[in-house]
Ligand binder design. Structure first.
Ligand code: GDG
Length: 498
């Protein structure tokens, strides 16, 4: 297959996501040529993967214009052509009020939907007005989609910030256009979903999609069971994974998301070794140490305290490794306006300090914690340098970090410790060092085992993992989604023979 061409979308693509692919910073007054605009290029798997597809189809991307407060006033819809070099597609930025963002994004999305979908029902904070703001922002996005949609459009909505928009969009765009959505986080069991506020509205909203994608079968099945229990008038065909509700059909599919494996592999090899060693030196990491690594958003689903407990147990039981194994925890601060996240961050940092004060010696500390942002190529180089990668979430829809590690490990002798509660485990679990993050003893034993496993055995495991990650990379994921989209899109087209 011609990979440079990338996956093809069967119509003109309209992407809907919370985050925008390009961030513009306008400098000074708008007086023609004098004005400078700094543009951040897309980073990260999804944006970087979808951007070329939008470019090829001259599509539209609708997102919250976060931070671009000073919009290009020459366009009353806040549209701008991107990328700046070729102006291939339209970026439409919604100017959401501070209240809207606080309630829709930091409220209902991240204080209700995020905890419930990950099974943390005790962390749900259903504040007054948050759901109404969530609805109102979903409506704003739906109206924007309707402005841009035509008979050929394929609307592809990303993630849990938009559970209500699909139905409104379905009702306001031409019948031959297609509405699809990918839900990047788990879908909970009916027992958990019972605690969800506005459950009926959310399911009715999502069933406005012609196609609804999840990472793994389990989430798709959970979703269908929730529909069955919550919407008695919905006709659920579990075998075909299809729902008919309110005269509309929704197909539910599981297509696990991958990473841009080739580019991690390339970046990992290309970083100048002196940049990596200066990173290690700056962080007080002995250059000859065996390196362990964790890379996560600072989120309570990621199992960081459980990982620290296992590392503490490991150093207790394996004193020989003190001084010669160093664990680097790269944490990315996230949702810091939410108190639960602030407390979690504090707890993690205190635990790191406590464990370090127990075991540290003059020239070495067991855990190095950093929340500095790393350029993607440095991250890849760090992955490549790490002998042991620990991915230990309590729940995780997929987990791209585990796949990025494998893709970057071109030396192929590192070990991946992977929680059996992640979507990634379904494909990588057989050849990773599998862990239950809550079983501290077993987890600590796996750290020790992974370190003492002979190199040829680590290589054997890693080469299987690498094949799997390269085979189902982000292009595979997109192509598979587009194949499904094409099939529902064809079903919506008027029959040419009639
Ligand atoms: C959600 C779901 C699902 C982190 N620090 C840096 C950095 N990162 C990048 C990683 C990785 C991404 O952030 C994190 O992705 P994950 O998949 O691990 O986790 P979530 O953010 O929770 O993502 C998850 C995903 O959506 C996709 O569907 O897999 O289950 O929860 O790409 O590399 N990147 C750079 N510097 C950093 O310091 N460059």
């Amino acid at each position: 297959t011609d990979r440079s061409a990338g996956p093809n979308c069967p119509g003109s693509l309209i992407v809907v996501s919370n985050r925008q692919p390009y961030r513009h910073e306008y400098d000074g007054e708008d007086d023609g040529d004098e004005r400078t605009i700094a543009v951040d290029e897309p980073t990260g798997g999804l944006t970087a993967g979808l951007d070329p597809v939008c470019q090829r189809t001259n599509g539209t991307w609708i997102a919250w214009g976060d931070g671009d407060a000073d919009f290009d006033v020459t366009d009353d819809r806040n549209c701008v052509a991107v990328p700046p070099s070729s102006e291939a597609y339209t970026l439409r930025r919604l100017d959401l009020s501070a209240d809207a963002v606080d309630s829709y994004y930091r409220g209902f999305s991240n204080r209700v939907l995020w905890p419930i979908c990950h099974g943390f029902t005790d962390l749900i904070e259903d504040r007054p007005d948050d759901f109404e703001w969530y609805r109102s922002v979903n409506d704003q996005f739906a109206t924007a989609v309707a402005d841009h949609a035509d008979e050929e459009s394929i609307v592809w909505i990303q993630d849990y910030h938009f559970a209500l928009a699909p139905r409104t969009i379905r009702d306001s765009i031409p019948p031959s256009a297609t509405v699809a959505q990918f839900w990047h986080i788990p879908w909970p069991t009916p027992e958990t979903f019972r605690d969800c506020p506005a459950a009926v509205d959310l399911l009715e909203g999502l069933l406005g999609n012609d196609l609804l994608g999840f990472h793994v079968d389990r989430y798709a099945t959970n979703f269908l069971e929730c529909v069955e229990r919550t919407l008695p008038s919905a006709a659920v065909d579990r075998k075909r994974r299809a729902v008919r509700y309110d005269d509309e059909a929704t197909t539910v599919v599981a297509t696990p998301m991958g990473v841009d494996a080739a580019s991690y592999d390339r970046m990992g090899r290309s970083v100048d070794p002196s940049r990596l060693s200066s990173f290690l030196t700056t962080n007080g990491i002995p250059s000859e140490t065996v390196l362990g690594l964790g890379v996560d958003r600072l989120d309570y689903t990621k199992g960081i305290p459980e990982r620290l407990a296992a590392l503490e147990r490991f150093f207790e039981r394996n004193p020989d490794w003190r001084g010669s194994f160093t664990f680097v925890q790269k944490a990315t601060p996230s949702r810091t306006e939410i108190p639960t996240y602030q407390r979690y961050g504090e707890f993690v940092r205190n635990e790191v300090d406590r464990i370090n004060s127990r075991f540290a010696t003059d020239g070495w500390q067991p855990i190095v914690y950093t929340d500095a942002y790393l350029e993607a190529d440095m991250l890849a180089a760090l992955y490549r340098r790490a002998g042991v990668m620990i991915v230990s979430p309590l729940v995780d829809g997929m987990n791209l970090v585990a796949q990025e590690y494998v893709a970057s490990s071109s030396e192929a002798d590192g070990a991946l410790l992977l929680s059996d509660r992640t979507g990634a485990h379904e494909r990588l679990g057989t050849h990773a060092f599998s862990i239950d993050p809550t079983d501290t003893d077993g987890f600590a034993r796996q750290i020790a085992d992974s370190l003492s496993t002979p190199r040829h055995e680590r290589r054997r495991r890693m080469s299987v993992l690498r094949n799997r990650v390269f085979e189902r990379d982000v292009d595979w994921w997109m192509a598979t989604q587009f194949d499904w989209i094409r099939s529902v899109h064809d079903d919506r087209r008027p029959d040419p023979t009639s």
